[in-house]
Design a protein around this ligand. Structure first.
Ligand code: ATP
Ligand code: MG
Length: 349
């Protein structure tokens, strides 16, 4: 176990130097206990430490070592390394909501909404209270993905909208306000107002997580969000090929500019699992997610395979990871379990 952890640490990257933990001589030692304690030199802030821990947990779980089969100890704490961007972060938060996570991408169609819905559901099944807000005004898709087609009957109390509840999640989407197929004509400044109302004029109640599904790119909604609410982290969704990474890199840069920390990268459509033979095929090349994680000084939270039945679930208004007995979807369920555990361990300490 000790040797295995040591060799895995040589594959863990220091997010600040892009060299391995071993090359940077950060490893002080590993205790030979049944549940080893890995002692490392503290050379960065809390987020930096968590980024390293998450990388090792990811590698370890691939080797069959349980993510909680070992512990970390950080020694010789150095002054915190923090990045200061030009925009000061808002202090405003939503009463009762513990953590706000934004799901973003550089380009469209990479699976943000899929990640939002399935991550929300996985966290909910882990016992968390989860809200999901669809901030994609021009192309809201959360409603359709959850079988809530078109306008919904919304309960308004004390001038606050009660979110729609389904699959154990609290939901709000622009599609709940308009008839299906109706064009949405809000523009510019109204957009910021709309995002503000979705955050603050809602009865979200007590939530462990509010997950916000953003539209693609680096536009007004993202900036409104940054100005309106204290966001604990953004998850960047990308596909593995380098063209997608260029766009994803722009999204990372934007979040850094507005001082929203990048929680990590989710690589979607990492491999295609054939629905006939079950064999994986890397149709979109490999390794993009981890490259983006390294360049954004964050972590690869997980990789999701492309599975036809997962898409079919969304088409039917079902959540792939929710009470789904379909064996073919299992790799997707596993991927989201892993991602949700990483997200929880990054945010809940
Ligand atoms: N891992 C996957 N396996 C199978 N299908 C997937 C997977 N990820 C996404 N899809 C499908 O790909 C399509 C696009 O995904 P999704 O709507 O989540 O992307 P998006 O990034 O939110 O798009 P947009 O930029 O338009 O908001 C959907 O039909 C979805 O069901
Ligand atoms: Mg979407």
């Amino acid at each position: 176990m000790k040797e295995k952890l040591e060799s895995l640490l040589s594959r863990v990257q220091n997010p600040l130097t892009h060299k391995s933990i071993t090359d940077d001589k950060l490893l002080i030692g590993i205790s030979p206990d049944e549940k080893p304690v890995i002692e490392l030199k503290a050379g960065g802030d809390k987020k930096w430490q968590l980024a390293i821990e998450a990388q090792l947990r990811t590698l370890a779980s691939k080797e069959g070592i349980a993510p909680d089969g070992f512990k970390f100890k950080w020694s010789e704490a150095k002054p915190e390394v923090t990045k200061q961007g030009p925009v000061s972060r808002p202090q405003r938060s939503i009463p009762g909501v513990k953590k706000v996570i934004a799901i973003a991408s550089g380009k469209g169609g990479v699976g943000k909404s899929t990640v939002s819905v399935n991550l929300a559901s996985t966290l909910q099944q882990m016992g968390k209270k989860v809200g999901l807000m669809d901030a994609d005004i021009y192309g809201p898709s959360i409603g359709k993905m959850l079988g809530l087609y078109g306008r919904q009957q919304l309960d308004v109390r004390d001038d606050r909208i009660t979110p729609v509840e389904k699959f154990g999640l609290k939901l709000m989407s622009f599609s709940f306000l308009v008839d299906e197929g109706q064009p949405i004509v809000w523009r510019g400044p109204m957009l910021g107002k709309a995002v503000e109302q979705f955050l603050y004029d809602m009865n979200w109640g007590e939530l462990d997580y509010l997950i916000i599904d953003l539209p693609p790119g680096t536009g007004d909604t993202q900036l409104s969000l940054a100005q309106l609410v204290q966001t604990d982290g953004a998850i960047i969704v990308t596909t593995p090929q380098s063209v997608a990474l260029l766009d994803a890199g722009r999204a990372v840069a934007m979040f850094e500019q507005v001082n929203i920390p990048i929680l990590g990268v989710v690589e979607n459509m990492s491999e295609f699992i054939c629905s006939h033979c079950g064999k994986p095929n890397h149709i979109f090349s490999r390794g993009g997610g981890s490259r983006l994680a390294a360049s954004s000084e964050s972590v690869l939270l997980g990789q999701i395979p492309l599975v036809e039945d997962a898409m079919a679930a969304a088409e039917k208004g079902e959540i792939a990871v929710y009470k789904n007995k379909n064996k073919k979807i299992e790799p997707v369920v596993d991927a989201f379990t892993h991602i949700a555990q990483n997200v929880a361990s990054l945010l809940e300490r």
